[in-house]
Ligand binder design. Structure first.
Ligand code: GTB
Length: 217
């Protein structure tokens, strides 16, 4: 069954891998599943054909036969369930890996997104500088807590899992801000994720997609 995901026709980051199709591509590469990409323009995202796949008119989506999914977390979990490389077979280890996926998406990603909101949507507001320092403090606190838990380990809970894939995907969004530099163990953790061959393939694929002429995609 062919797997089809959607991605920005042209990602605003020009192919730096920050859009959420990259984490889905990464998961697919980790488990060795081939996939196709359907590009979607900002306009088409809000039209009925795409809204039938994604109620909020966003990317990524995932189609495989008669299954359609949205939400990058749900998509990565669905992919991860197929292979031990992303979710351990042992029940408790599996539950902990899924916990880290949720932690990435609901305890770490939201504060990081606040930073993006201030920088791109609220930068002209009279209160934005004050808010920026509050948000940066909240991010630093989360990073400190995460660094404490990671300690000297390579990954969050034993072997690499979908929990690490998701946490690293979320932390990558911070890279342009330089905030990770104050947490060398987390910067190294992110670098370990980026060094994985599956991540490299996913990154290269999205870069090629975003730098190709439209007729190539
Ligand atoms: N919770 C959903 C999920 O995890 O799948 C969120 C999906 C989402 O935010 N999708 C974004 C989208 O479709 C793309 S990833 N936006 C268009 C819209 O809402 O109309 C967010 C994103 C966009 C751009 C960059 N960038 O250029 O750096 C990075 C991340």
């Amino acid at each position: 069954m062919t797997i089809i995901i959607t991605a920005f026709e042209r990602s605003p980051d020009g192919g730096k891998g920050l859009a959420r199709d990259t984490r889905v591509r990464w998961a697919l590469e980790e488990v060795g599943l081939a996939y196709e990409v359907r590009p979607v323009s900002f306009h088409a995202m809000k039209e009925s054909a795409h809204l039938a796949l994604h109620p909020f008119g966003q990317i990524p989506t995932y189609e495989e036969g008669d299954l359609t999914l949205f939400e990058s977390g749900a998509i990565v979990l669905h992919i991860a369930e197929r292979h031990e490389v992303l979710l351990p077979r042992e029940a408790n280890a599996r539950a902990r890996a899924i916990t880290w996926m949720f932690a990435a998406l609901s305890s770490v990603e939201p504060v990081i997104l606040e930073l993006v909101t201030i920088k791109f949507l609220e930068g002209d507001k009279p209160w934005s500088k004050e808010r920026l320092s509050l948000v940066e403090a909240r991010i630093r606190e989360r990073l400190r807590q995460l660094a404490d838990r990671l300690g000297n380990a390579d990954w969050l809970d034993g072997a690499f899992s979908a929990g690490d894939l998701m946490m690293i995907s979320v932390l990558l969004r911070l890279k342009p801000s330089g905030m990770l530099d104050a947490f060398p163990s987390l910067a190294a953790y992110v670098a370990r994720g980026e060094a994985r061959p599956a991540y490299k393939r996913a990154y290269a694929a999205q870069l090629a997609f975003n730098t190709a002429t439209p007729s190539d995609n």
